[in-house]
Ligand binder design. Structure first.
Ligand code: G6P
Ligand code: MG
Length: 223
């Protein structure tokens, strides 16, 4: 079992962990699903968290039994349409969209010398960080375009630790999605889930809300 003193780095998911963009992704996909005649459910929305843009579209089409109804070019156009709607919402964001407690947590981590990297599947991550005023906190970002496999594959979290020159066992990964928790566990990092404990049952520790994510609370789970 990992001890708190072994931890040297934190590998962050972005959407749903640092900011509330998971809601914006969900709304934009919901809009697209409606326009395609695919019934939207909470389960479908939750299952898309952490999943890449094209894989998300495939999951939506599959849910409506429409996976064979579009050519690759048409699918790319649908994903681009969702992204245009999503980016329009992102561009309205400000530092006020940082989730409760997360700025203080990031400041505390920096002050105490922990290393930080970003393991988001989102190609919009640098843009979102810019809107939040957090670009300087994350000079080390895994490029999702460089990945062979998306979450739940561990690759993105393995790379997140590599960017920090740390062993995965020295890192905590933070996630709001079941697929992301699975990826962290597969990479051999300690998993911190934020959200519903039933949904994130595979995590080493689960906090209901970002405001509970502090070094003191993490230490309680590891010592
Ligand atoms: C994150 C979000 C997903 C999103 C994915 C790709 O993992 O949780 O909902 O689909 O990033 O985002 P992008 O901005 O590249 O479409
Ligand atoms: Mg997320």
């Amino acid at each position: 079992m990992t001890k708190f003193a072994d931890i040297k780095g934190f590998v962050f998911d972005l959407d749903g962990v640092i900011t509330d963009t998971s809601i914006l992704h969900g709304t934009a996909w919901h809009q697209l699903a409606d326009s395609l005649g695919v019934t939207w459910t909470k389960e479908l929305g939750d299952g898309l968290k952490g999943i890449s843009r094209m894989d998300s579209l495939e999951m939506i089409l599959k849910a409506g039994h429409k996976e064979n109804d579009y050519t690759q070019a048409q699918k790319e156009a649908l994903a681009a349409q969702k992204n245009t709607n999503y980016v329009a919402e992102v561009d309205k964001m400000t530092p006020a969209n940082i989730l409760p407690g997360m700025k203080a947590f990031l400041d505390d981590l920096r002050a105490k010398g922990y290393q930080l990297s970003l393991a988001s599947a989102s190609k919009n991550a640098p843009r979102v960080l810019g809107k939040l005023g957090l670009t300087d906190y994350f000079p080390k970002i895994v490029d999702p375009a460089s990945l062979k496999h998306g979450k739940p594959d561990p690759e993105i979290y393995t790379k997140g630790a590599e960017l920090l020159n740390l062993d995965p066992a020295q890192c905590i990964g933070l996630e709001d999605a079941a697929a992301g928790v699975q990826a962290i566990n597969g990479a051999g990092e300690t998993s911190l889930g934020i959200g519903d404990a039933t949904e994130l049952g595979a995590a080493d520790m689960v906090f209901a809300d970002t405001s509970e994510v502090t070094l003191a609370n993490i230490a309680k789970h590891l010592d």
